[in-house]
Design a binder for this molecule. Sequence first.
Ligand SMILES: *Cc1c(COP(=O)(O)O)cnc(C)c1O
Length: 406
Amino acid sequence: MQSKDLLHLAEQFGSPLYVYDAEKIQSQYNRLSKAFSKVNKLRINYAMKALSNVAILQLLRDMGSGLDTVSIQEVMLGLHAGYEPEKIFYTPNGVSLEEIEEVNAMGVQINIDNLSILEQFGARHPDVPVCIRINPHVMAGGNANISVGHIDSKFGISVHQLPHLVRIVENTKMNIVGIHMHTGSDILDIEVFLYAAEILFDAAKNFKNLEFLDFGSGFKVPYKKDDIETDIEELGKKLSKRFNAFCTEYGKELTLIFEPGKFLVSEAGYFLAKVNVVKQTTSTVFAGIDSGFNHLIRPMFYGSQHHIENISHPKGKERFYSVVGYICETDTFANNRRITEIKEGDVLSFRNAGAYCFSMASNYNSRYKPAEVLWMNGEGHLIRAHESFEDILRNQIPLPQAVESV
Ligand SMILES: *Cc1c(COP(=O)(O)O)cnc(C)c1O
């Protein structure tokens, strides 16, 4: 996408605004498929928590993608967007047996991540094909909040508990059709990924009826110029070869599954906000925008660095700015960032705003959530309307009459 298109969309739909480039999502999907083209049965399940707008789900469905979901509401959204139940995986953490049973009744593949639920579910539904989430305890991932494979992690069944797991499966006569792992986001070193894969292969040998192995996700995408990213092509070459060899050893052609979120949608997204005020202080120049961490929480939450451009004046002289939001507490998007000279009213564009941005937005400070636009075939399609005051009031129940002061 070009800056002039983004600027035009900000004028057309107002700010703040999320814009997603359909072509980029499609090219990332194709890139991943191509990297693993040597695997006969490959399946990509989009981890929809990254960006769950129905139009995005439809776009990926039309490309043949499946879905990875973490809540029953995500399953419902997936069905609503037209996914067949067989195309949906459900990988929850710490949810009730009731919710798992409800999702199972919808015909969706269940992935179980603790022994307690495994035992209860197995006792009640021994015939249901189940996938098991293993924690290989491999440290991958940048920020501590998105690293889920370590020893203290709440995710998955520890690989050290395999003997107990196998005993439960034998006692309940459950049908284990898949093994899953997801070691966290931002995997840089593909050797670490391959090492975790070996642990999964070893675990898989304990189960005779497998149909698939799910390697989760965690691919790192570039955030700024010259940033390192997961070498998908290299990983594809190495893991495909190893996976095919494992299938021969196992005696059956299994399906290889990935469930990327960030990889598919992060770079496709742009967040556009207008500068309300340029404020010179004794120590810095603040650019205050018409948004805050209620719309894009990643810099405050994960310390993530989103590249920022002044698309109104891209050719100006560069200066240093602290870009801040309007929320009434510390609300910093970027510190000491080099941006072309900003004037009040300019539109700033934040890169990598596709994954975990809108999906984490809230109405904090009673602000409206931004609209969302899908850029497709050179045109902007509104895929979520700007909110209104009615949305803020929805579901709120005022007291029947004025309360007397006490
Ligand atoms: C969040 C999540 C993903 C996606 O992770 P990304 O880093 O966005 O690719 C995949 N699988 C599971 C189980 C997840 O919870």
